[in-house]
Design a protein around this ligand. Structure first.
Ligand SMILES: *Cc1c(COP(=O)(O)O)cnc(C)c1O
Length: 435
């Protein structure tokens, strides 16, 4: 060991999950034990639980500026995403005839019969990516739009991809690996205008439906505006575990009139869209965490941007052959729809001639927790699809580390990392005989 390990854990993986904050724990506590009623029961204990549930729903709705009936509580981000994608697609399949894809559409198997067309991107979270793959297997056509070097969606590619049988677009609000903030409001506005034109068509082609727009906002809730009208979205996914709330909690916002088939059948809870006895403590915890995260976001954004940019500058200055992946904040002016283009807590760096996984383990030995690429890919050795989409070679991808800061992160912690990191990188390169 070159330097003594930190006594305290330096947790820099807040994009993977966050600790539950004390206010949330306190709010949840009674619902595990004394207020354990089933919200569907009609006696007092059940009514209490129902009241807590509906209070939580109103609280979440006011953060999103939507109606309480538009909030469906789920068991987290992945479930919300699956409900959005599979739910809209299955409804569409039930109500629209098969259509032919135009012969010139690459991924969509031109000329063949299919159920309708979905657009997503090359950098989505696995939940969106794999749900879209499953729908493709079920006979839907899927187009995945690309991004530039910084991970920003190619809007022209999106516009060109839209076809008369396109009924669903799913694009993330902020990327979990490289921290790119996407121009969701701008895209939402484009889709809204297309839908307005579709309304005036007469006669309507049989496959025509409005395009429903879903955004995965799991990484956005701590830092970005979640007003669903300003974003022009029909569906929005949130989870608790990224905003100091409990794991396996979250919600799907589904705008009134957005048709959805359930993916979980049973007793008909959550407006029949998500059956199963409601997770009352979890829902109360999520509904406590979300407004707190939003109330603190302006202050946290300011504080973390300073720490983030300091950390980036020091790494690039003191470690040879290190490069930042994702957006470069000084170029934010190019993107009119946002003040910032990179999540305030995200630092993603590639170190040439370094094995990212080994580096992560050496950092862990110093009590520093980071991610290699994305937490969800850390069990596989495949290079991340996001890094591939921004043009990194697999070699560059393997030497990359994601640091994501959080509420408890201090400059002193980062300074400790900045002492350890250059030594570990140099040591590894020396062992590999490369420098
Ligand atoms: C974490 C995450 C998810 C998945 O959420 P779970 O609650 O873990 O199911 C989806 N999308 C993004 C962008 C995420 O960061």
């Amino acid at each position: 060991m070159l330097i003594k390990p930190s006594k305290k854990l330096i947790y820099l993986d807040h994009a993977a999950t966050t600790p539950v904050r004390p206010e949330v724990l306190r709010a949840m506590a009674p619902f595990w034990s004394v207020e354990y009623g089933n919200p569907s029961a009609l006696y007092k204990l059940g009514v209490h639980a129902r009241q807590a549930l509906e209070k939580a729903r109103s609280g979440v709705a006011s953060v999103l500026s939507c109606r309480p009936q538009e909030v469906i509580f789920t068991a987290g981000g992945s479930e919300s995403i699956n409900l959005a994608l599979l739910g809209v697609a299955r409804y569409y399949r039930k109500t629209h005839p098969l259509s032919f894809s135009p012969p010139d559409t690459g991924g969509a198997r031109g000329g063949t019969k299919h159920n309708g067309h979905i657009i997503t991107s090359a950098i989505e979270h696995h939940a969106v990516m794999h749900a879209a793959n499953a729908l493709e297997q079920e006979g839907f056509a899927v187009t995945r739009i690309g991004v530039n070097r910084e991970g920003v969606f190619n809007i022209n590619e999106l516009k060109n991809a839209i076809r008369p049988d396109t009924f669903l677009v799913s694009l993330m609000y902020a990327n979990n690996e490289i921290g790119t903030i996407e121009p969701i409001a701008e895209i939402g506005n484009i889709i809204k205008n297309i839908n307005a034109k579709r309304m005036t068509l007469s006669p309507k082609p049989l496959a025509l439906s409005p395009i429903f727009f879903h955004t995965d906002a799991c990484q956005a809730a701590g830092y970005l505006d979640l007003n669903v009208d300003k974003l022009h979205v029909d569906l929005l996914t949130l989870n608790g575990s990224k905003i100091y709330g409990p794991k396996q909690t979250g919600c799907l916002f589904a705008r009134k009139g957005t048709p959805l088939e359930p993916i979980i059948y049973g007793g008909g809870q959550e407006l029949t869209l998500r059956s199963g006895t409601e997770n009352v403590p979890g829902i109360v915890g999520f509904a406590k965490a979300l407004p707190l995260a939003q109330a603190e976001r302006a202050r946290e954004t300011k504080r973390l941007i300073v720490l983030r940019d300091y950390f980036i500058a020091q790494i690039l200055k003191h470690i040879p052959k290190a490069r930042l992946n994702g957006p470069i904040e000084s170029r934010a002016k190019q993107y009119p729809s946002s003040v910032s283009v990179r999540l305030p807590n995200n630092i993603h760096v590639s170190f040439a001639d370094v094995d990212g996984e080994a580096l992560m383990l050496y950092l862990d030995a110093h009590n520093i927790a980071v991610a290699t690429g994305s937490a969800c890919t850390s069990e596989s050795t495949k290079p991340s699809h996001v890094l591939k989409a921004i043009g990194l070679s697999s070699k560059e991808s393997f030497g990359s580390i994601r640091f994501t800061l959080g509420k408890q992160t201090t400059k002193a912690e980062l300074n400790y990392v900045l002492k350890v990191l250059p030594l570990l990188v140099a040591q590894q390169r020396k062992m590999m005989g490369l420098h």
